[in-house]
Ligand binder design. Structure first.
Ligand code: PGA
Ligand code: ZN
Length: 414
């Protein structure tokens, strides 16, 4: 039994100090599940809205007024929760009640159900496996919407510990590189204040080219081989660079503008130069054709975040145009857990690699680590440092104790 016997919402704060809705779900009068919704800084314009009329208080009030509808539902079935949510809010982007309610309620319910059923969440979500650990992508240096002036225009330079032999070792390697990057920045900037962006990545005063060279050098200094022990990835978050009117990608901090064609060439050059295993949002969110060109030429994962917004509909458009061979899965972009799991099924049917991801404004909840394993994600993005990031990574470490999860995912068959 996993019958929802009570629900309770409250306002709390996320890692940026912004308001969020947290929901407690109790099953069988005794098992509590709790979740609060994260939020993004580089938000896709097609993703679900967080709050009704942009107002967390209003979303909470609305949730309270409908909360009785959720009593008696089976918490282990995300579809029943989705059905009731959709009977309340039929707007595509949860404008009426807010995606934060859909997220928090559906995740809290599955946590409560996992306690009722005495099964870890990943097994409840995917009873049959097989289970593998995703590669943790560590965000070691960044800028864009996650850090202030003077930092790179590129949002995230990511490391992927290809040579790791366990999830613990993978995390160790990522932290080692993060430490080496700090030392490398100190060497070039005596006044470096150890500033970090929203996800814990170093946020130095460097341009894009300097930043990439520096990270590659730091990997070398650590005695690791670029592209073999540690590979690099980049989240361009190109919608933040795109100027709709001028039709150029403006790297404002570096003082460079690129046309769409130049941007494609730039991305392909970087993939080649740094042997990248991963690029995310290399073109703006509606340029399916441009991303298709990158996908066709690149021998790496080309993932859509703002482009796909964890939406099965957007995935269909991308697939029809040959755009992306990887998809970011952020539950709060989709709304509820059911919608996100549906998206993951669509990804698998289309042989798209899944990359489960946090948001830059996070809670200390560890749920996405289970979601990554349940959806056979190839990679997981959780930033690098800060309690809200470490919470997810340490959950992966704990999950290795089940003995059910084989090693790290294969990236070669993507
Ligand atoms: P966001 O950024 O959470 O600020 O949207 C993360 C990302 O773009 O991957
Ligand atoms: Zn992104």
């Amino acid at each position: 039994m996993s019958v929802i016997t009570s629900v309770k919402g409250r306002l709390v704060f996320n890692s940026r100090g912004s308001k969020s809705v947290e929901i407690d779900v109790i099953t069988d009068n005794q098992f509590i599940g709790r979740a609060s919704s994260p939020s993004g800084a580089s938000v896709g314009s097609h993703e679900v809205v967080s709050f009704a009329k942009n107002d967390p208080e209003l979303s909470l009030k609305l949730f309270n007024s409908y909360s009785r509808k959720f009593i008696g539902l089976d918490a282990k079935d995300p579809k029943t929760i989705f059905d009731v949510l959709r009977s309340i809010d039929t707007t595509e982007t949860y404008e009426k009640i807010g995606g934060a309610v859909a997220y928090s309620l559906s995740i809290a319910a599955i946590e409560a159900a996992s306690k009722s059923e005495n099964l870890p969440m990943f097994r409840l979500l995917n009873p049959n496996g097989p289970y593998q650990f995703p590669f943790p992508l560590g965000n070691v240096l960044g800028g864009g919407a996650h850090a202030g002036p003077g930092t790179p225009d590129i949002q995230e330079i990511l490391v992927c510990p290809l040579g790791a032999n366990s999830i613990f070792n993978a995390l160790e390697m990522n932290f080692k590189i993060h430490g080496e990057v700090k030392k490398a920045i100190e060497r070039v900037d005596k006044k470096f204040t150890y500033g970090r962006g929203d996800e814990g990545a170093w946020a130095p005063s460097l341009n894009n080219d300097q930043a990439l060279t520096l990270v590659a050098d730091a990997i070398d200094k650590a005695g690791l081989r670029l592209g073999k022990d540690i590979a690099l990835g980049i989240d361009f978050a190109a919608s933040s660079l795109w100027d709709k009117t001028g039709k150029t990608y403006n790297y404002r901090r570096q003082g460079i503008s690129r046309t769409a064609e130049e941007q494609i060439q730039f991305v392909l050059e970087l993939i080649k130069k740094y042997d990248l295993v991963y690029v995310e949002d290399p073109l703006h969110e509606d340029d399916f054709e441009g991303i298709a060109k990158v996908t066709k030429t690149a021998e790496c994962i080309v993932a859509g975040d703002d482009m796909l917004v964890t939406s099965a509909k957007r995935l269909e458009i991308a697939a029809a145009s040959g755009a992306c061979n990887g998809a970011i899965l952020k539950v709060n972009q989709a709304g509820s857990l059911y919608e996100a799991l549906n998206f993951s099924r669509e990804c698998k049917a289309r042989r798209m690699s899944i990359i489960t991801s946090h948001r830059s404004g996070e809670s200390i909840d560890p749920h996405i680590s289970h979601i990554a394993i349940a959806t056979s994600s190839k990679m997981i993005k959780t930033g690098i440092l800060g309690g809200e990031r470490i919470a997810k990574l340490n959950e992966l470490v704990r999950l290795s104790e089940y003995g059910l999860i084989e090693g790290l995912a294969e990236l070669s068959n993507t």
